[in-house]
Design a protein around this ligand. Sequence first.
Ligand code: HEM
Length: 416
Amino acid sequence: MDAMQTTSAGQAAEPGLVSAARLTDPGFFAGDPYPVYARLRAEAPVFWCEEGSFWAVSTYEDVRRVGHDTAVFSSRRGTLLTEGRARDAGGPHAPGARHLMRTDPPEHSAMRKLSTRSFTPRMVTSLEGRVRTIARDLIADIEAGTPVDVVGVLSAPFTTFVIAELMGVPRDRWSEFWAWTDSAILQVDAGRQDARLAADVAALMQFFGELIEERRGSPGDDVVSDLVAGEIEGQPLTELDLLTYCKFLLVAGTETTRNLISSGVALLSEHPGQRRLLAGDRDLVPAAVEEMLRFSSPVLAFCRTATVDTEIRGQVIAAGDYVAMLYASANRDEEIWPDPERFDVTRRQARPHVAFGFGPHVCLGASLARLEARVLFEELLSAYPDFSLAGPVERGLSTLVAMVSRLPTVFGAPAP
Ligand code: HEM
């Protein structure tokens, strides 16, 4: 495929667009990729990214189609943008381990069932009181008038402690667990490698190993106990499968929600009118969370491999080709949302956004993520209706998540 590629309309993608759409460059996503997404949707909705060796679909309908059709678009050979050129390498996970996201039905359905009990609406609702306590304790430590980094004092500890609660991690190990989680995130999502990160991740895996052993002896009402007790075709998961599942749940459940909350705080700082609306009517918070997910999709993209020759908008996709679903672009598709570049907490979503993906792999933790964000913003706005940025928002380098690495914020007078 050369730089002058054909699109569905049979026209060549303009070379300027080809060089602007740097879909393998973390710096592209850390900047403002949205104008380029708009051009991709309009000019090259099925775009060949030569650098990454993948097709990128950017419209809402195409993202849903690829996510839905697991027979034609498989997850087995990788799901990360960085794997376009390095497939079958097993991804950033232990070789030989089964991984929920990298399976297709029917194996996928069996693996997913092992942990669905922890994510049913009833189980998630039963966590609300504990989630609220975690939020209140962290907000109580914020001092009005003194700039703080919201990532460090709120979004990172909050989302990590909620997953610790879900996994039944004893409270006296939460701060260690937080430090290890940060290292695992940097390793998996930002692709960083160094001795300290490796040591932390080794400590995390050892901790999971002990937790698994403990749950074998005395099962509790938590997701690790469910995994230990679960079987696929009459066989329990191997130790390696269990460790991989635990690490995946931790990273999938923390990094995403952390960035949703950080982006939400940044958006409400940048749109004081919207913040005042929410602070005045907290019944709007659930709709505001959906708008944050749409407007600032925490997950940038996941990928699939075509299992047969197929077509999208007339563009031939050959068996074996890698296809990226650009969720953040699909969520600003002007065919679906009027005025999609406007952040509006009162927006009625005519169609559901795709921030949690679509189809059989749709996010398992979506109701938990929604609960976390709702509770956090309810508590934050009732304690501090006024806050603003105290410096530039710093973005981290990742091709997986829209990463906020620092969010200097100053909170105004607490609510009376
Ligand atoms: C705002 C927060 C979140 C976002 C934006 C998000 C996004 C996503 C997306 C886009 C997928 C689809 C993957 C694919 O199609 O290949 C996914 C899958 C998944 N997510 Fe989330 N996620 C979030 C929070 C969570 C939480 C809190 C948990 C659990 C504690 C979680 C656990 C999972 C799991 C287990 C899968 C794999 C499901 C499967 O392959 O069947 N996520 N998530």
